[in-house]
Design a protein around this ligand. Sequence first.
Ligand SMILES: O=C(CO)COP(=O)(O)O
Length: 255
Amino acid sequence: MRHPLVMGNWKLNGSTHMVHELVTNLRKELSSVVGCGVAIAPPMMYLDLAKQTAAGSHIHLGAQNVDLNLSGAFTGETSAAMLKDVGAKYIIIGHSERRTYHAESDELIAKKFAVLKEQGLIPVLCIGETEAENEAGKTEEVCSRQIDAVLNTLGAQAFEGAVIAYEPVWAIGTGKSATPAQAQAVHKFIRDHIAKADAAIAEQVIIQYGGSVNAANAAELFGQPDIDGALVGGASLKADAFATIVKAAAEAKNA
Ligand SMILES: O=C(CO)COP(=O)(O)O
C-alpha cells in the first residue's frame, strides 16, 4: 500500500523571515494530518533554519539538487553527505529547470540518483516532456528515456523507496495543469514501464504529479489511482494552499 507524498519545491525563493513564518504556519495547519508524507525543499541556504523551525513536527526536509562528489575541490557545490548531515531526506534531481538552465543530462541525473542511494537518501527523480514533445506525441518516449537512464544503469531495485515526479514542462508555473485523466495515463505508463523490469518495485514506487498543482485542483488529481501526491512549486510558498493540498492527498488516499 503506497502512501502519498506532498513535497514543496520552493525553488529560488525565501528569506530568514519567510522560512520562519511559512514553516511555523505549516506546522499549525498540518498538526492533525495523517496518511500523507510531507516534505519541503527550501534553498540550501535555509535548510538548517527550516530544520530548526520544523523540529518535532512531521514535516520532512528536502533539497533541490545535489552534486555527484562527496567532498573536495568542487566550488559552489553541496554533497549528498552534507545533505544527510543536516537532516535532509528527499532530494530532488533532474528538475526540468536544471535540465534546461544547467544542461543536466539523463546520464548525469542517473549518477546523482546512485550517489543519493549510496548515502541512504531518497531521490525524487523529475521527468516530463516539453510542450513541443507533447504536441509531437512523444510524451511516453521522453518519460521512458528519462527512466531508462536509471533503470539501465542501476536496475529496477534502485527504485525501491524512491520517488518519481512526473512534471510536464508545459504545466510548470503556467497555471495550466495536466488534467487528472492526462496525468493518470502517463503515471500508469511510467508504472507499467517499471513493472516490465520488476512488478513489485513498480507497485511501491511513489509517482507524484507536478505542474500548477493548487488548492483547487489537487483533490481531483489525487483521486486518480496512480497519482501518489504532488511536487508543488508556487502553491508551496503559501501555508494555507500547501496545507489544503496535503489534506486533499491524505483524504483521497484514506477514502
Ligand atoms: O516545478 C514544479 C515543482 O517542482 C511545479 O511548479 P508549479 O507548481 O509552480 O507549477
